[in-house]
Design a protein around this ligand. Structure first.
Ligand code: TXA
Ligand code: MG
Length: 337
């Protein structure tokens, strides 16, 4: 695992692309979160991704491409409605799962008959993919279980010494991972909510997308990866759901009866928590909540917080994806008030 990690800017993306061609590991920015990439056509390099992250081998990887034409080398069938979704949402934060061609290796798909494919919109990511082999397998660039990194500091915290290159560049304006949509069956299903929402997809392909609870709810793991502990900072997280007044009142009561615990509050629209050890403002809307979520969770750890209370209320649009990640980070320690 002991690699000499070079941190480079996007101007030197070719060095990183060459490393990928030679079986190296490269952390690169995307519009969602940083990815930990290797040549998707090289099973040994893909295996190294699992080692670097400490990721269970039964959790498949997404293959990143940089032009729609590359999809035919991975997918056995491309449904017409998926083509319409590509026209609308690629490049962007939508991953689609297709029946795979035999040439896609089992290391990437964890032995499944399907492959997840995404065309990211980040310019540096596109350059990296185009200048390597055209196919980069990449999970989020965190150690397994930790919040995905959306800043270079958090990338280096997790990945120094484990990868060959880290590309330090702007990105991650969305802040949470892509929507995962299974298009391999008769109806399409959201397996992981993200910035491309159920309504966005339904507006384009109508009832070809199944309106199942997972699109709106979070309790049933759908992606193989969703059954594992996720997005967890070191401090315990409790999510307090309800109106702003009710959640504020609940948290204020906790603070009043607190003796000596370092309590951090992820506050959403309340500035009442003067007695907390620290307060981080989640932002003014759910897009900002999403963008800052992983950064904020890791920031609480840096500040040495014992216990985090997160205020949460809105469950629509990208709020569904925020809820999904936040609830998982809390290990389902959720209080409704
Ligand atoms: O935004 C993103 O999607 C980021 C950036 C780097 O592109 N990537 C990312 O990868 O979040 P990862 O590996 O952390 O999450 C991919 C999810 C996992 O839950 C995995 O189980 C699921 O997609 N997945 C991958 N291939 C699959 C397949 N063939 N069938 C079902 N789920 C799959
Ligand atoms: Mg991940």
């Amino acid at each position: 695992m002991n690699r000499e990690t070079k941190i480079i800017s996007s101007e030197n993306v070719i060095d990183a692309a060459n490393s990928i061609k030679c079986g190296g590991l490269v952390v690169f920015p995307t519009e969602t979160v940083y990815g930990l990439g290797a040549d998707a056509l090289n099973p040994k390099a893909c295996m190294d991704i699992f080692k670097a992250k400490g990721r269970p081998a039964d959790n498949p990887l997404i293959v990143h491409i940089a032009d729609v034409g590359s999809l035919k080398d991975l997918a056995k069938e491309i449904p017409d409605e998926a083509k319409v979704l590509m026209d609308r949402f690629w490049p962007g934060p939508l991953t689609m799962i297709f029946k795979k061609k035999d040439s896609v290796c089992d290391t990437v798909t964890a032995g499944l008959k399907t492959v997840a494919v995404r065309f990211p919109s980040n310019e540096t990511a596109i350059e990296l993919i185009k200048n390597s082999t055209g196919f980069i397998a990449a999970p989020s660039a965190n150690l397994s279980g930790s919040p995905s990194p959306t800043s270079i500091v958090h990338v280096t915290d997790d990945m120094m010494g484990r990868v060959d290159y880290i590309i330090d560049d702007e990105g991650c304006e969305i802040g949470i991972e892509s929507t995962v949509l299974d298009v391999s069956g008769d109806v399409f299903k959201i397996l992981r909510p993200g910035a491309v929402t159920f309504d966005d997809i339904h507006n384009v392909i109508g009832d070809k997308i199944e309106d199942i609870p997972v699109a709106k709810n979070v309790s049933v793991p759908q992606c193989p990866g969703m059954k594992y502990t996720h997005y967890s900072p070191k401090a315990d997280v409790t999510v307090v759901c309800g109106s702003n007044e009710a959640t504020s009142e609940y948290i204020l009561n906790i603070l009043r009866s607190n003796n000596n615990e370092k309590i951090g509050i992820l506050s959403y629209g309340s500035d009442l928590f003067d007695d907390a050890y620290c307060v981080i403002d989640a932002g003014c809307d759910m897009r900002e909540y999403a963008k800052g979520l992983y950064y904020n969770l890791r920031e609480f750890d840096r500040l040495g917080v014992d216990k985090i209370y997160a205020q949460f209320c809105l469950e629509e649009g990208i709020g569904i994806a925020v809820k999904n990640r936040l609830f998982k980070s809390a290990g389902n320690d959720i209080i409704y008030v």
